[in-house]
Design a protein around this ligand. Structure first.
Ligand code: BZD
Length: 795
């Protein structure tokens, strides 16, 4: 066997094709070449990865552990090539083999181990942690099936299992030796003053490690995902007795734990298997953290100096009681000391205030799986009550275990994800706890990684920026402000506008190829991509489209600004209202796109199977970003940041991070509409608020009437009775009440877009002033305010 070539990438690809994949170049498929390139790239990460691990041990540095049920990673090959700054080299090597570089990158399956914003944030954070040289581990679940694949049948969402692990994953290293046995159920034994849990069922968690390399390849961290494995995979006795299925039962059961990602976001279903998943990955992670600490230290009291654990929402909340259990029951520390140590390590990020999303478990179910943890939660509650006798706020009570309260009580710091959201945490769900623990709640406004979300996804814009101010912005995004003086230069602004034109043309080609629809490239590309939810109000958007269609038909010669409305996003399979919204958009699109009277002036397309890769395609081509949630409901949003950075203007409410985006880009460069949080609260108190709003706005009344009368569902006129009933009745999310102002703002968009030059100026100002929304800035905030962690690369 020839030696593995270290420097020449083409030779390395050929080597891996032969010796890793066992393929003759004459018979190699795209998949084989992609795997060969991935292995060659991975080789260039591994040395740095090991150096980083060694440096961390040597410096005895504090490590950050990010516990998250979800990591919505997307594709990794390009990310890794970009961060190693090998793009030109990789393209040249692939092209010299007669292959198409982009096609090869696109062959990689999208790792969809998350639902939406929360999971994607975790992925951006992993990249920024590595970029900043902060020693960190991500811990999660290696789901065999990520988020379902979405397709449409007659406009209705269909779900099919996602299969990313059908093909071998080039990035992960299986660690059969890194396994922990975890228990469930069983009994609690108290003997000679010590209490021990004797579980009844056992599963093993096996580690799979993926290196995460930062920008310029200076540092790499580990994403460690746990897979479920049976303790005794195979029962030979039962097999020999002829019971073949039962012989493999253990194995099947254990593997079920990490089989599939729960597709509900922002709702809480209280499922037994979900609690098993939460305990499975939290407990395996906590054991791994303790094991690593104990290789270098004996004194457990040092733990908070060496370990910072971040709980991404309440899904890993059981990590708190588990750590207390290991320190107290298993290591013998006094309970109060164990509790103090655990609290010194743990922190909690809240991502939603929606009551239906706050996790809680029935005590019977909880006790059947985790009896000892329930006892410990009661002791944690008692200790808290003793320290704060005036008011009793508890995690366990009224027959339920509330994970928000548990996370808060167990945490050193609790954070919200945008300024408005953090403020609301203090006055609503966590009001009492905030009074008891002033200063514990802090804000860390979300951010996104500029490597993926500008540099890679928008190569034309990246090249223009680098040509203008150098490439320092990629690692220091606030440098984008240096673009501002160039915006007044007409030639520069024309180049900026040309980037968008070219990106739009590219999207048009793709849509024509994949969906057989010709989009008008002159139109405003108006994009709403995110999970489908009533609070995000995709139905407000489609209502406006219907009203616009009706108005154009009435008055076709009124000089309309052409528009293409683009939708993307999945609905939780059991969320029927959201699925109705999807169907309504598809039905309306079919009717409107076929109407010769409005042809070229209004087009609507709902792209199926929205995912990270599709976001990377759409965001660079967008003119207008729809961020239209009911005020107070969207904790932050991160798509809003990606759009602004890529030179789209936002139409949005004063919600989540929209508020901070508007402050930074300037209110004259943002299309604001809608009620504030306080106004929305007051409006809900008005009797028949929806009916009142509809009566006051004939456009809205007519659009709703068209839906009601079956204009978009002639074969089933009452198909949307549910949506119509909600809009004209309770309308908790205030679609009707915000409609008129939304319409007004949309017409301002039309007018503004007609002045091409000024639009480009506003778009460029959005890009130039959004550098603060880098996840590097966010992670620096966590390091300083929450973790007390430092960079080992001087970043
Ligand atoms: O988290 C989202 C919020 O809705 C966004 O406003 C915010 O920007 C991001 C990141 O902070 N929340 C989620 O994405 N929530 C979930 O995905 C989720 C998943 C499972 C269970 C409950 C919620």
């Amino acid at each position: 066997m020839d030696d593995l070539p270290r420097t020449d990438l083409r030779a390395a690809i050929m080597w891996h094709l032969t010796y890793t994949l066992g393929k003759d170049p004459d018979h190699a498929q795209l998949f084989d070449w992609r795997m060969a390139l991935s292995h060659a790239v991975r080789d260039r990460i591994v040395d740095r990865w090991m150096t980083a691990t060694r440096d961390t041990y040597r410096a005895d540095a504090k490590r950050v552990y990010y516990l998250s049920m979800e990591f919505l990673i997307g594709r990794l090959l390009e990310d890794n090539i970009v961060n190693l700054q090998m793009t030109d080299q990789a393209r040249a090597a692939i092209e010299s083999l007669g292959l198409d570089y982009r096609q090869l990158l696109l062959d990689e399956p999208d790792a969809a181990l998350g639902n939406g914003g929360l999971g994607r944030l975790a992925a951006c954070f992993m990249e920024s942690l590595a970029t900043l040289g902060c020693p960190a581990y991500g811990y999660g679940i290696r789901y065999e099936h990520g988020l379902f694949r979405q397709s449409f049948l007659d406009g209705r969402q269909q779900e099919a299992p996602e299969d990313w692990l059908q093909q071998p994953n080039a990035w992960e290293f299986e660690r059969p030796e890194a396994r922990f046995t975890l228990g469930f159920g069983g009994n609690i034994l108290t003997r000679a003053g010590t209490t021990r849990w004797e579980p009844e069922h056992f599963v093993q968690a096996e580690a799979f490690d993926t290196p995460v390399i930062g920008w310029r390849g200076r540092w790499a961290n580990t994403l460690r995902l746990w897979a479920g494995r049976a303790v005794n995979p195979f029962d030979l006795e039962r097999f020999n007795a002829g019971d073949f299925a039962a012989a493999a039962e253990n194995e099947a059961l254990a593997r079920t734990i990490s089989r599939v990602l729960y597709p509900e976001d922002s709702t809480e279903k209280g499922k037994y298997l979900r609690l098993m998943q939460e305990y499975f990955f939290s407990a395996a992670s906590i054991r791994d953290i303790l094991r690593r600490f104990e290789t270098a230290h004996q004194d457990l009291r040092l733990l908070p100096q060496k370990v910072a654990i971040q709980m991404n929402d309440t899904h890993p909340a059981i990590a708190g009681p588990e750590l207390v259990r290991l320190l107290h029951d298993e290591r013998g520390l006094p309970f109060d000391e164990a509790l103090d140590i655990a609290r010194g390590c743990l922190n909690y990020t809240n991502h939603t205030l929606l009551p239906e999303a706050l996790e809680s478990w029935g005590e019977a179910l909880f006790a059947s799986l985790l009896p000892r943890h329930l006892q410990l939660i009661d002791r944690i509650d008692d200790a808290h009550a003793k320290a704060h006798p005036a008011r009793r706020v508890s995690a366990h009570g009224d027959g339920r275990v509330r994970m928000g309260e548990l996370s808060f009580i167990m945490s050193n710091r609790v954070n919200g994800v945008a300024a408005l959201h953090t403020g609301l945490m203090k006055t609503t769900v966590f009001r009492e706890l905030n009074d008891l623990h002033p200063g514990r709640i802090v804000n860390e406004t979300n951010g996104v990684t500029p490597r993926r979300w500008v540099h890679s996804c928008n190569p034309r814009l990246s090249a223009l920026i680098t040509d203008t101010i150098g490439d320092g912005w990629i690692g220091d995004l606030e440098k984008l402000t240096e673009l501002e003086p160039h915006i007044d230069d007409a030639d520069w602004l024309a180049r900026f506008a040309q980037v968008k034109t070219d990106n739009k043309a590219g999207l048009c080609d793709w849509v024509t190829r994949e969906h057989e629809l010709m989009l008008n490239p002159e139109a405003i590309f108006d994009v709403q991509i995110k999970r489908i939810h009533e609070y995000k109000r995709q139905h407000l958007n489609i209502l406006e489209a219907i009203a616009l269609w009706q108005e154009i038909r009435d008055n076709p010669g009124a000089g309309w600004t052409p528009r293409v409305k683009i939708f993307g996003g999945k609905a939780a399979p059991g969320y029927f209202f959201a699925k109705d919204i999807i169907r309504l958009i598809n039905d309306a699109a079919r009717v409107i796109n076929a109407d010769a009277a409005t042809h070229g002036l209004l087009q609507i397309i709902y792209l199926p199977n929205y995912n990270v890769t599709m976001a990377e395609r759409l965001i660079p081509a967008a003119d207008l970003s729809e961020q239209i949630s009911t005020a107070g409901k969207e904790a932050s949003g991160t798509g809003n940041m990606k759009f602004a950075l890529n030179g789209a203007l936002t139409i949005g409410t004063l919600d989540g991070a929209n508020v901070e985006i508007r402050e930074r880009v300037g209110k004259e460069n943002f299309f604001l509409f809608g009620m504030t949080v306080d106004e929305a609260e007051a409006r809900r108190q008005v009797e028949n608020h929806a009916a009142g709003a509809i009566a006051a706005d004939p456009r809205l009344a007519r659009a709703i009437e068209a839906i009601r009368a079956g204009a978009f569902s002639p074969d089933e006129p009452d198909r949307y009775a549910g949506i119509v009933g909600n809009l004209t009745g309770p309308d908790y999310f205030l679609v009707a009440s915000d409609f008129s102002d939304y319409w007004r703002a949309q017409r301002e968009v039309d007018q503004a877009y007609a002045d091409k030059r000024n639009w480009a100026r506003m778009a460029a100002l959005n890009a130039a002033r959004s550098g603060w929304f880098s996840s590097d800035r966010t992670i620096r905030g966590y390091m300083a305010d929450i973790w007390g962690a430092r960079s080992l690369t001087g970043n």
